[in-house]
Structures are given as structure tokens and as C-alpha cells.
Design a protein around this ligand. Structure first.
Ligand code: NAI
Length: 337
């Protein structure tokens, strides 16, 4: 089979590899489409501290099961599935309380083990989620990115009284905007980004107000409009954002962060406790595939709005370059196998 392999940082190739056989409890998926995420580019450039090389990258993938390992129902062969990249031990404290996404032995498909930029990938059978026929193949590839939004929203519990502020209108911000609008029905969605074209995407995906906070002062804008965000999602993930979010949030507000920057930022207890703010973090997803499949099946979210490009897998380098360098036009790029 052909696989996209990062042999070592900076060196990516399409390699011929033996077709993997599913171990007991696993299934093999024939990949149809896979989506490019920022973390794939980070592994390519050697900027992901968790990656081991050589590595088949890709953790957003859709296809059909073509082989099952011992102990897996053979009737699953032929099933259309999306793969959850979170592989967990099932025994540690986080796993026992339903948070396998932070399992002490966490293995992320495409990061710690070989992923979905390949004609075939093997994953635990429980990670392969059946996709109803009503969801087309390319949209099903978007299930994983929406699980990130599902995970942070499940913790923040948005509701109709909420005035939401989302920092960042990249794929993570846009999936969150769609969920806040289409699933949770928040009152208002305000989005801040520094790229006008991305703010336009935010409007298309459901934002009520957009602010270019590279040009305009966000605090001033909110004051002028008499708005105190009750729910803030940082999907831009710059360390300067959390202190600002704490100062902008309404009393009793909630703030969700999803960044991995190692750079420190300065926050004060007073800023948090005086308003009794809730600050949560969210990593990957904890069993959110069924939730997102249900959202898609019910038409609550529109994954097609995020898919801007599609390339044959052979053009992976061009696809990754477009994804990385053209933030004005590009949102989600799919590879076709
Ligand atoms: P992206 O780079 O495509 O989008 C980020 C957006 O934020 C860009 O449009 C950029 O212009 C904007 N931005 C940057 N600084 C800003 C600021 N100070 N104020 C407002 N906007 C600003 O990235 P993507 O794929 O949307 O991911 C966003 C972040 O989420 C990344 O840092 C990524 O590492 C993180 N992430 C976290 C996950 C998790 O499970 N916790 C999963 C996936 C991504």
C-alpha cells in the first residue's frame, strides 16, 4: 500500500509499505479521504514533541472496514467508518472517569502510531465509528475536527443566554462557531481574528459579529457595544489571549482553552476569583464521535462549508503547502486515496 511517511523532520515521502494486518480487537480501514490538520504540518517540520519517526501521519480519516482481527464481528467488513484517533488503555484514572483523551498511556493515531494518510490503517475496533449513508464521504472526514468543538463545548455547556466570544477563525474556531450556533443555540457569537478573509469564513459559518483585532481594540469594541462575553473559546491559542479573556469575561463567565504553547502568560487570582470565572482546557475528544455523527445526521452542522481544497494523495506536499501558506483562502484540505 502507499502511505505518506514523514521519515524524519522535513523529509516526507510516499512510500510503498506492507498492508497491515489487524491484531486481535482491531479493524483495518481502507482510507478514502483524510484531512490535513496543523499538527500534521508540525510533525512534518519536527515541531511536535510527541511524534516518533518514521511516522505515517494523519488523524482525520474516513473509509470502509476491509478486514477485522480476532474477536471482532466479521459482519463489520464493508462498514463505512470514521476513525477516532484517541487510543487509550481503559484502566487508568482518566479512562475510568470517561476521559480517555488524557489517558496516562495515550496513543494518538498519526502521532504516536501510524495514521490515516495511507491506503489502509489499523485501529482498535471501538475507534471505528459507523457513519450513516446519509452523510457523504467527504463530510464524514470532518467528523474528527468537529469532535474537538464537541469536546470543549461539552465542558463549557453553552446555552441560549450565552454571548460567546471565539478567538481565531481557523478550522478549530469555525467548527466551534458552527456548534455554538447550530447545536447549542447561543444568543450571540462574536469572533476575533487578524485575517479579514478568515473573518468572512466566520460569518459564513454563523458568526453574528466579527472583529479584526489586529486593527481594532477588542476591549473597546465590546465596551462600545455594551457586551460582556459569558463564554469565551480561545481557538487561536496565543499565550496573550487568556489574560485578555479573563479581563473581558462577564462575571460567572466560562473560558475554554485548547492551546499547547509552552510559553507562560501572567494571570491574577483576583481577575478570576472576583468574577468566579470557570476556566477549562480541552484536548482532542473523549468519546465524542457518536455525538458529532448525530449532529451531522440531523443537519445541525455543515461540514462542507469548511472544505476548501481536495488533492490526490500523491500531491500531499502541494496540499500541505497550500494548507500552511494560504490561510486567507484555505480552511480544510482533504487528501483522496
Ligand atoms: P489556525 O492556525 O488555522 O487558526 C488560528 C487562527 O487564529 C488564525 O486564523 C489566526 O489568524 C488567528 N489568530 C492568531 N492570533 C490571534 C489573536 N491574537 N487573536 C485572534 N486571532 C488570532 O489553527 P487551527 O487549526 O484552527 O487550530 C487552532 C489552535 O488549536 C492551534 O493552536 C492548535 O494547536 C490548537 N488545537 C488544539 C486541539 C486540542 O485538542 N486542544 C486540537 C486541534 C488544534
Amino acid at each position: 500500500m502507499r502511505s505518506v511517511v514523514v521519515q524524519q523532520p522535513g523529509h516526507l515521502e510516499i512510500a510503498e509499505r506492507p498492508l497491515p494486518q489487524p491484531a486481535p480487537g482491531e479493524v483495518r480501514i481502507r482510507v478514502k479521504h483524510a484531512g490535513i490538520c496543523g499538527s500534521d504540518v508540525h510533525i512534518f517540520h519536527g515541531h511536535n514533541p510527541f511524534a516518533k519517526y518514521p511516522r505515517v501521519i494523519g488523524h482525520e480519516f474516513f473509509g470502509h472496514i476491509d478486514a477485522v482481527g480476532e474477536g471482532v464481528d466479521p459482519a463489520r467488513v464493508g462498514e463505512r467508518v470514521a476513525g477516532d484517533p484517541v487510543v487509550s488503555c481503559g484502566h487508568c484514572y482518566p479512562c475510568q472517569i470517561g476521559r480517555p483523551n488524557v489517558c496516562t498511556e495515550l496513543q494518538v493515531v498519526g502521532v504516536h502510531r501510524d495514521g490515516g494518510f495511507s491506503e489502509a490503517v489499523v485501529i482498535p475496533a471501538g475507534n471505528a465509528h459507523r457513519v450513516p449513508e446519509t452523510i457523504p464521504d467527504d463530510r464524514a472526514t470532518m467528523i474528527e475536527p468537529f469532535t474537538i468543538a464537541a469536546n470543549i463545548c461539552s465542558q463549557l455547556q453553552p446555552g441560549p443566554l450565552d454571548v460567546a466570544l471565539v478567538y481565531g477563525a481557523g478550522p478549530m474556531g469555525l467548527t466551534t462557531i458552527q456548534a455554538l450556533r447550530g447545536v447549542y443555540g447561543v444568543k450571540t457569537v462574536i469572533v476575533a481574528d487578524r485575517i479579514d478573509e478568515r473573518l468572512e469564513m466566520a460569518r459564513v459559518n454563523g458568526a453574528d459579529h466579527t472583529i479584526n483585532n489586529g486593527r481594532e481594540n477588542l476591549a473597546d469594541w465590546l465596551t462600545q457595544h455594551g457586551v460582556r462575553p459569558t463564554l469565551i473559546v480561545d481557538a487561536a491559542c496565543h499565550p496573550s489571549i487568556l489574560p485578555e479573556a479573563i479581563s473581558l469575561a462577564s462575571p460567572a463567565g466560562r473560558i475554554g482553552i485548547m492551546g499547547f504553547s509552552a510559553d507562560p502568560c501572567t494571570i491574577s487570582q483576583q481577575g478570576i476569583t472576583s468574577k468566579e470565572l470557570t476556566i477549562i482546557s480541552s484536548r482532542l475528544n473523549s468519546n465524542r464521535f457518536p455525538m458529532v455523527i448525530d449532529w451531522m445526521a440531523r443537519g445541525l452542522i455543515q461540514p462542507e462549508k469548511l472544505i476548501t481544497h481536495s488533492y490526490p494523495a500523491e500531491q500531499v506536499l502541494e496540499a500541505m503547502e497550500t494548507f500552511e501558506k494560504d490561510q486567507k483562502q484555505c480552511c480544510k484540505v482533504l487528501l483522496n486515496f
